[in-house]
Design a protein. Structure first.
Length: 280
């Protein structure tokens, strides 16, 4: 039976309002046997060894860490889906998708994104081929690289403010490609002079190219020439969903706490070691 609020005692009205609020929040708690909340998180489909698609399955270091964290959040049933990086950013910018991994912290460039607790650090380095750097001192970045063609992964430009300014001024060329593999093949063939990316990504992909015998005879020798600042990878959340994901704040709170615990107790470090080297 429904009663007008005006005819109810104040205490009863407050109780009803409180109960309604509790019911509205119930999906977040997912307690008492309620079905898990279905969540979709997108991951970069071509950023090995951190996040990539292989045989229809998302793999990589970040994927492994995020999967381990999500096992500790049983009230959420999360599907990890692959997406080309630039398309994934658009999905967050338009509020179409909930979350994407693993963006670096870029609040000015991506005002539509909120960031999780940092998950792990990546060391940015510069690799160059031998002919391009012959006779160059290469002590100062980016000044000693003026005039060169610097490749980078589209969506991951992170060479620093001075690098960005040099590219805009035409002192060097900043050339995007879709993936580490494409950039490294261009570097080995002399179509770019240097390549800017995470050290582990470069070493991993070079190893795969060698294993798959895709490095042609006569390929140029390449080497690391500079170590730049480290970057932290995150889980990025849309800020333009207009309430489409009512569980967002609860999810963020839980995920952040779990990642902090995983870092503190060494689980993330062990996960990375296991991924790279296997057991033992």
């Amino acid at each position: 039976m429904n009663f007008p609020a005006a005819l109810l005692p104040h205490a009863v009205t407050v109780s009803l309002l409180t109960a309604c609020g509790a019911l509205a929040a119930a999906p977040l708690a997912a307690a008492g046997g309620a079905a898990p909340i279905a969540v979709t998180i997108y991951g970069d489909d071509d950023y090995p060894p951190y996040s990539y698609l292989e045989n229809g399955e998302m793999k990589g270091i970040y994927t492994t860490i995020i999967q381990a964290a999500l096992k500790k959040m049983p009230e959420y049933q999360v599907e990890l889906r692959p997406v080309p990086w630039k398309r994934g950013l658009v999905k967050l910018e338009t509020g179409e998708s909930f979350a994407l991994y693993p963006p670096y912290l870029r609040p000015a460039e991506r005002p539509y994104m909120a960031y999780s607790e940092p998950i792990m650090a990546e060391q940015l380095v510069v690799y160059c081929n031998a002919p391009a750097i012959a006779g160059r001192p290469l002590k100062y970045w980016p000044a000693d690289y003026y005039g060169l063609r610097i490749g980078y992964n589209a969506g991951f430009l992170s060479g620093g403010k001075a690098f960005d300014e040099a590219a805009r001024a035409g002192r060097l060329s900043a050339l995007p490609a879709r993936s580490s593999r494409l950039n490294l093949l261009k570097l080995l063939k002399g179509r770019i002079d240097c390549y800017l990316n995470d050290r582990l990504s470069i070493v991993w992909e070079l190893g795969k190219l060698r294993h798959e015998k895709l490095i042609e005879a006569g390929a140029l020798a390449v080497e690391e020439t500079a170590a730049l600042s480290a970057e932290q990878g995150h889980l990025g959340y849309t800020m333009r969903d207009d309430g489409r994901f009512p569980y967002k704040q609860d999810f963020i709170r839980q995920f952040n706490a779990i990642i902090r615990d995983m870092k503190q107790d060494g689980e993330i470090r062990d996960t990375v070691e296991h991924f790279l080297h296997g057991p033992g």
